[in-house]
Design a binder for this molecule. Structure first.
Ligand SMILES: C[S@@+](CC[C@H](N)C(=O)[O-])C[C@H]1O[C@@H](n2cnc3c(N)ncnc32)[C@H](O)[C@@H]1O
Length: 248
């Protein structure tokens, strides 16, 4: 998967492929990151990328001309099967299902991620070029770069052969509208808290059943909105009832 990020702060975005899962995916050429700085597409000596807003008011607006030039250059360098996303607090709130869709959609070979700064970008760039607007949540950041890095990380870990264990991503929270269960590692006991006995039993069927029960129970307690999106199977309803009895 190829990511092209349009940003005034390429050094910030590039750090995402220097470490961790995304770093390894980049080294193994499972993902490609290219940053494009609109400043390189300006025509004046000061390399101006922003200007005062029409109608007055505080702050500056990212200019349409250098952004459109940048987008044209990116499109010329990327596969045709691409989607241009503007990171914006006014966009659709990011969810795992959106990342899953992109990572599995054969119609999308690359993503162009447009990061705003200042008061945002000239509205006409959105009208002319943007396919979708995506938001990190109901709060305002100084720029879209952190959003672009979130998108790159979340999609990369869903790509085939990026994670070590085939099921890792499938067992994460939100993969079935459920939260993940709790995890434990050595030592067996710490500050009088023991690892649940079933996890040491070697009985894989019992372990799977216990994990599913914890997942359902946690989701019910912490994110009931997710449970309401699911139609629980008879077995899941039974497990959830068991969990609620055991934890009340
Ligand atoms: C200071 S913000 C501009 C906010 C804009 N004036 C508004 O109220 O909608 C500058 C840039 O940060 C990015 N940004 C801010 N909050 C974001 C969020 N919650 N999700 C994604 N991007 C965000 C956008 O790219 C935006 O253009």
């Amino acid at each position: 998967m190829r990511f092209d990020v349009i940003t005034l702060l390429p050094e910030l975005v590039e750090s995402v492929v220097q470490v961790g899962v995304t770093g390894r995916a980049s080294q193994r050429e499972l993902i490609e990151l290219h940053c494009w700085n609109p400043r390189d597409f300006t025509k004046d000596v000061h390399r101006t990328v922003d200007d005062r807003p029409y109608g007055g008011g505080p702050g500056m607006v990212m200019k349409a001309d250098c952004l459109l030039e940048t987008i044209r250059a990116v499109r010329a360098a990327t596969p045709e099967k691409t989607k241009l996303v503007y990171l914006s607090p006014q966009g659709k709130k990011l969810e795992q299902s959106m990342f899953r869709e992109v990572s599995h959609d054969p119609k999308i070979e690359s993503l162009i991620l447009l990061c705003g700064r200042y008061e945002g970008i000239d509205e006409r760039v959105i009208q002319l070029e943007v396919d979708e607007e995506w938001s990190l949540g109901d709060y305002v950041l100084s720029g879209g770069e952190l959003g672009a890095m979130v998108v790159i990380d979340a999609i990369t870990r869903l790509l085939p052969s990026v994670l070590g264990h085939k099921d890792s991503a499938e067992q994460d929270s939100f993969s079935e509208n459920l939260l993940d269960c709790g995890h434990f590692t050595r030592p067996e006991s710490i500050e009088n808290l023991d690892v649940p006995a079933v996890l040491k039993s070697g009985d894989h069927k019992a372990i799977t059943r216990w994990r599913r029960k914890q997942s359902l129970g946690r989701t019910y307690q912490r994110r009931n909105d997710l449970i309401e999106r699911n139609t629980l199977s008879v077995e899941d309803s039974k497990l959830l009832n068991e969990y609620l009895k055991e934890n009340n």
